[in-house]
Design a protein around this ligand. Structure first.
Ligand SMILES: Cc1cc2nc3c(=O)[nH]c(=O)nc-3n(C[C@H](O)[C@H](O)[C@H](O)COP(=O)(O)OP(=O)(O)OC[C@H]3O[C@@H](n4cnc5c(N)ncnc54)[C@H](O)[C@@H]3O)c2cc1C
Length: 391
């Protein structure tokens, strides 16, 4: 293990952050030192403890829902993205699986924050905050990945209920989720304008789940809906509003993926510094070799560039209240791609140890890969950036 975790607030100095962020950064540094996943055993307990013990889910919710996110005149849907990037960077550093559960708790509750009825907000959000409920976000299908608007799961009205049929794949938190915010098309002829959001309980009749084995520790699986009956009171927002809700949710959280990548890259850099200081070859430490020094310099520079892009995008969203589509896409793309390069270098610097199963850099090498894919692939981020340039 190398030097102690250093928070983003120290890198991006005053400008982007406020006093409350510095306090949160301090709390997250202590959290990192406590290594929570070792403490809480299985994944589900860890997921619940992030709320019940550590209070982190409060940052996913606005003040109006009992959460810690205070801003933009008490807006009902305001979440403080700068707090979320601080939390995800720290979680990415110490426990990528905790980070994944935290992120999906956000995706599985924000549609309710955004468009849920008063009854849904009261029923779900306090339980999300305490960790009594773990949420999930079910959008992707086998034939609808980057092109999510082409999803084929259908919702047919039947009296006061909806009957859902279809299949979802690659849904995080399957196995530990208590509910899914699920997107189905209530009027396929209208294309994306028919997509509608529903809250489906884990024990709903007609819902079957199956874990999908992953290259990393990450709860994930598929959903099969066969005549799955959901009362109309579980519909989130208006019929046909689901695509907008899904996109707004993803846009809100996307920059935080970059933050998680930065945390993982920082862990790899720290381990590399620790390793090259003590590993001696050819009569001197690796750290005294100039090629090794050049690697470290590149890794640290790329990491700081990723962190600054993330801080800028989070600031734009919080303070200017803008979508900041270009800044967010740049931050997500650059930070995740740079983290992959940094972690690859870290493995190289560790030599053969770097590919021994369950050394930290080896786990990070596998762990960083999905971040370049989920919540919009690198290629999709490039399309978003180019679109804003050519507009
Ligand atoms: C770990 C993990 C967790 C996930 N969790 C969730 C979840 O909780 N909920 C959920 O709904 N989904 C989840 N997903 C799914 C994820 O959102 C999709 O994998 C992602 O959107 C890409 O879709 P796809 O896998 O079908 O790939 P495709 O869309 O088939 O893409 C394959 C390749 O083609 C490229 N491509 C596609 N379109 C274009 C284009 N127009 N131009 C150039 N290149 C293009 C892509 O960038 C990619 O490189 C998760 C995925 C992973 C890996």
């Amino acid at each position: 293990m190398g030097p102690r975790f250093v928070s983003l607030t120290s890198v991006a100095l005053g400008g982007f952050f406020e006093e409350r962020h510095h306090s949160l950064a301090g709390a997250m540094s202590s959290f990192v030192d406590a290594l929570p996943d070792a403490e809480h055993g299985d994944i589900e307990s860890l997921g619940r403890a992030l709320g019940s013990v550590h209070g982190l889910y409060s940052y996913l919710l606005p003040e109006s829902a009992g959460g810690a996110a205070v801003g933009r005149g008490g807006s009902k849907s305001y979440v403080d993205i700068r707090s979320l990037v601080l939390i995800r960077e720290a979680l990415g550093y110490c426990s990528p699986v905790a980070d994944a559960i935290f992120a999906v708790q956000g995706l599985g509750s924000y549609p309710i924050v955004l468009s849920g009825s008063d009854e849904q907000r009261e029923r779900y959000l306090p339980a999300v905050l305490s960790g009594d409920r773990i949420g999930a976000f079910a959008l992707t299908e086998t034939e609808a990945g980057s092109d999510v608007a082409s999803l084929r799961t259908v919702a047919v009205a039947d009296g006061d209920d909806w009957v859902l049929d279809g299949d979802k794949t690659l849904i995080s938190n399957v196995g530990i989720a208590d509910h899914y915010v699920l997107f189905a098309n209530a009027d396929p002829e209208k294309g994306r304008k028919g997509i509608t959001a529903f809250i489906v309980e884990r024990d709903a009749d007609g819902l079957h789940t199956e874990q999908q084995p992953m290259s990393i520790e990450h709860p994930i699986g598929s959903l099969r809906l066969r005549a799955c009956r959901v009362p109309d009171s579980q519909r989130v927002g208006a019929v046909g509003e689901g695509f907008k809700i899904a996109m707004q949710t993803l846009e809100t959280f996307r920059v935080t993926v970059g933050a998680a990548a930065n945390g993982m890259a920082a862990a790899a850099l720290d381990d590399s510094i620790g390793h090259v200081r003590q590993r001696v070859q050819f009569g001197k430490s690796l750290g005294e070799q100039q090629i090794v020094q050049a690697y470290l310099a590149d890794m640290a520079t790329e990491l700081d560039a990723g962190r600054l892009l993330v801080a800028r995008a989070a600031y734009e969203k919080d303070v200017r209240g803008e979508r900041a589509a270009r800044e967010v896409a740049m931050a997500k793309m650059f930070a995740t791609e740079a983290a992959q390069r940094i972690i690859d270098r870290a493995v190289q610097l560790h030599g053969g140890r770097g590919v021994l199963r369950n050394t930290r850099v080896e786990a990070l090498y596998r762990g960083i890969r999905p971040l370049r894919i989920y919540e919009g692939t690198t290629e999709i981020q490039k399309l978003i950036i180019a679109k804003t340039l050519l507009r």
